[in-house]
Design a protein around this ligand. Structure first.
Ligand code: GLY
Length: 272
């Protein structure tokens, strides 16, 4: 599949599940003083999550241009050093505004990855929030129960607030999340170290591709968490990473998203 087909399949899949496909928001945020650049697909929907404005639809899906070069989500030190971070990237996302929640979000993410994109189920790992006593946030029992229906328990990994509680910035909508990781190593390497031991350990071939966030709180200026009147779904899948996994490349830069640009640059500069 080409990257264009992979992108279209994501949008078509969520359209078939009742989502309205919407355009990417501008990368420079115009009406939110807490943020300079769009750092996640959910930014443009912030007011719907907080209940400041009614959402014009219950479900949406899109591919959002994102920049993570400063602030809470800053990948700048990784760019050019590894094979899977970028300055600007595309984030595929599906959203529920007070509509479906953990059960459907989890089931659909699995259906898309394994039945549409046909990823090898044995190479997928999921993370579940273990809870945080200091913040008074419980462990994600529902997410765990839903994953147990789908995936063997040895492919479920528990994570702490750093990896499994997603926040847009210092303030704003947030909540526990469950991530999906893929082990792209050779059979030989897998036999030596199980993939679950390498989840969220910065291994270049065991990478997170999708984050399903369950927006339940608003982080206030004073640092406290305020429960929201309704619960929402906010997901973000790294398009360049997904394409790399489907096209079976070792680096995002070897996918057809980049090879044309790199070849043209080589021609102009006469440099490999
Ligand atoms: N908002 C979900 C993510 O960026 O991971």
């Amino acid at each position: 599949m080409t990257s264009a087909e992979i992108r279209q399949q994501f949008l078509d899949f969520f359209k078939s599940k009742g989502h309205t496909v919407v355009p990417s928001a501008p990368i420079v945020v115009k009406n939110d003083p807490t943020l300079l650049f769009t750092n996640a697909g959910m930014n443009q929907f912030k007011d719907y999550f907080l209940g400041n404005k009614p959402a014009p639809y219950n479900r949406a899906a899109d591919t959002q241009k994102c920049l993570r070069v400063s602030g809470k989500h800053n990948d700048l030190e990784e760019v050019g050093v590894d094979t899977y971070h970028h300055t600007m990237f595309e984030m595929l996302g599906n959203w529920s505004f007070g509509d479906y929640f953990k059960k459907d979000a989890i089931a659909w993410s699995w259906e898309l990855l394994t039945e549409v994109y046909k990823l090898d189920k044995s190479r997928l790992y999921v993370t579940v929030f273990e809870g945080d006593e200091k913040e008074g946030i419980p462990a994600s029992k529902i997410a765990l129960a839903e994953w147990k229906k789908i995936i063997p328990e040895n492919q479920i990994v528990f994570g702490n607030k750093k990896d499994n509680f997603w926040e847009m910035g210092d303030t704003g909508p947030c909540g526990p999340c469950t991530e999906i990781h893929v082990d792209c190593r050779s059979e030989e390497e897998v036999a030596k170290i199980p993939g679950r031991d390498l989840v969220n350990k910065d291994h270049p071939q065991v990478i997170e591709i999708w984050n399903n966030v369950f927006i339940q709180y608003n982080r206030k200026k004073d640092g406290s968490l305020e429960p929201l009147p309704a619960t929402h779904v906010d997901t973000g899948m790294g398009f360049e990473r997904l394409v790399r996994v489907i096209q079976q490349k070792q680096s995002n830069y070897d996918t057809d998203i980049f090879t044309g640009t790199i070849a043209a640059t080589e021609k102009i500069t006469n440099k490999k």
